[in-house]
Design a protein around this ligand. Structure first.
Ligand code: UDX
Length: 449
């Protein structure tokens, strides 16, 4: 079995490497020469735990290689996966599918024997049909090519595990022969009894969006319940635990926080609402989710301002974590990219730390004083806001932090600390969906004002 993976971005590189780990010969192709050179030198252009070692292992085993030459990659490949980017079009925000179509055209023209062209990138429903048409126009007359949709469900930071131990594999094709090739590719998982859902290309494409939109809805739902807990005296962690114990609901993705971010949920929820509008079948729940999540990120900045007594003008606000979640350097649609500029607009001086995402974030944020050590972020700060729940923030010496701050105010947007402990340290402690801890002195001041 031989595969070509077109596109060595996040999805392509992880998938190609993991297929090699399955024992398949994989050639990864990219038009970006510098990326291929980096990979050929053993470098990894993205941050993903475990990926560098796995790439090195597979390259050494001779199963994984990198090239800019599509002709070589497609030659003799049983399947060619398209994992190129689908960035939003500047004019209307719709996914730009031109790279997918261009790749399909080139691959179709090069294929010399039976080949399955697989769309791995997240693409709107109907794309596989378009690819089929393009392939029919450009393939050699005597060559049969089938098209298949095979969405990925990889979480950044856990992508290798998600690939190796998925909840399911989705295969969208009407060709039994293509389905057989796909089953063969995923055989190691089949042996592990991973469910394989073989369906139409349309269902397969919708599955990807429906899964992400459902998860984003779950997060947004618990975030709104957290708001209700705050205004009524409830505790969202208790509520989430109890409702999550109902097997029909499930305990995952019920962590209230500053709103979801990342490269998938914001883009995919928006794309689903756009498809719904275009097809005259509005996705009203997801439309509400998109709006509620956007508001939430602004509200988080307001929380910090409120904790500071209604104004942050000239105040030093320490920020812990700018990545959209831990274990990644990715800041795409990260709540921090909304919260920090909002605080700056309100006059705050921002000092920030992130274990991995500082460089990425500095392309999107200005006037931030970056620190290499979280303790320096807290020093003389008027408030400290935890936006990303990196493990290293869970183990901070909070007594030391409290002692070094100008005002002991902590806005914990991920609920990583225990309110009782923060109370003992005399913090003014604001978390999500739990009672605010206001030290006596601050309360007395509030009453006076
Ligand atoms: C997600 C999907 O999980 C994955 O299946 C899909 O293929 C791509 O999108 P990813 O974006 O890497 O993966 O991150 P994920 O761990 O799902 O988190 C997404 C966002 O939701 C983050 O901003 C995270 O902080 C937030 N989140 C997640 C919550 O606020 N609460 C939760 O309970 C879970």
């Amino acid at each position: 079995m031989k595969l070509a993976m077109v596109g060595t971005g996040y999805v392509g590189l992880v998938s190609g490497t993991c297929f090699a780990e399955f024992g398949i010969d994989v050639v990864c192709v990219d038009k970006d020469l510098s990326k291929i050179e980096t990979l050929n030198k053993g470098g990894i252009p993205i941050f993903e735990p475990g990926l560098e070692d796995l790439v090195a292992k597979q390259v050494k085993a001779g199963r994984l290689s990198f090239t800019t030459n599509l002709t070589d990659a497609v030659k003799g490949a049983d399947a060619v996966f398209i994992a190129v980017g689908t960035p939003p079009r500047p004019e209307d925000g719709h996914a730009d599918l031109s790279y997918v179509y261009q790749a399909a055209k080139e691959v179709a023209a090069l294929a010399e024997g039976y080949t399955v062209i697989v769309t791995k990138s997240t693409v709107p429903v109907g794309t596989a049909r378009e690819v089929e048409k393009i392939v029919a126009q450009h393939k050699k007359p005597n060559v049969t090519i089938d098209v298949c949709s095979n969405p990925e469900f990889l979480r950044e930071g856990a992508a290798i595990n998600d690939f190796m131990r998925p909840d399911r594999v989705v295969i969208g094709t009407e060709s039994e022969k293509a389905a057989q090739v796909m089953r063969e590719i995923y055989r190691p998982l089949y042996i592990n009894e991973t469910p394989m859902v073989v369906t139409s290309p349309e269902s397969s494409e919708i599955i990807k969006y429906a899964a992400n939109a459902f998860l984003a809805t779950k997060i947004t739902f618990i975030n709104e319940i957290a708001n209700l807990c705050e205004t009524t005296g409830g505790n969202v962690q208790h509520v989430a635990k109890a409702i999550g114990l109902d097997g029909r609901i499930g305990s995952k993705f019920l962590h209230a926080g500053p709103g979801y971010g990342g490269s998938c949920f914001p883009k995919d929820t928006l794309a689903l609402t756009q498809t719904g509008q275009m097809k005259d079948t509005p996705q009203t729940i997801v439309e509400s989710v998109v709006a509620a999540n956007a508001n939430r990120q602004y509200d988080m900045a307001q929380r910090v301002i409120k904790a500071c007594g209604g104004s942050v003008t000239g105040k030093k606000i320490g920020i812990l974590g700018v990545a959209f979640k831990p274990n990644t350097d990715d800041v795409r649609d990260a709540p921090a990219l909304v919260i920090i500029p909002e605080l700056q607009k309100a006059g705050a001086i921002i000092v920030a730390h992130d274990p991995e995402a500082r460089e990425e974030a500095s392309h999107h944020l200005s006037d931030v004083e970056w620190q290499d050590d979280p303790y320096n972020v807290a020093k003389n700060a008027d408030a400290l806001a935890i936006i990303t729940e990196w493990n290293e923030y869970r183990a901070l010496d909070m007594a030391r932090i409290a002692g070094s701050m100008h005002e002991k105010r902590l806005v914990d947007m991920r609920n990583i600390y225990k309110p009782e402990e923060m109370e003992k340290l005399n913090f003014h402690y604001v978390s999500i969906g739990r009672a605010e801890i206001v030290p006596d002195g601050v309360e007395a001041l509030r009453k006076v004002s």
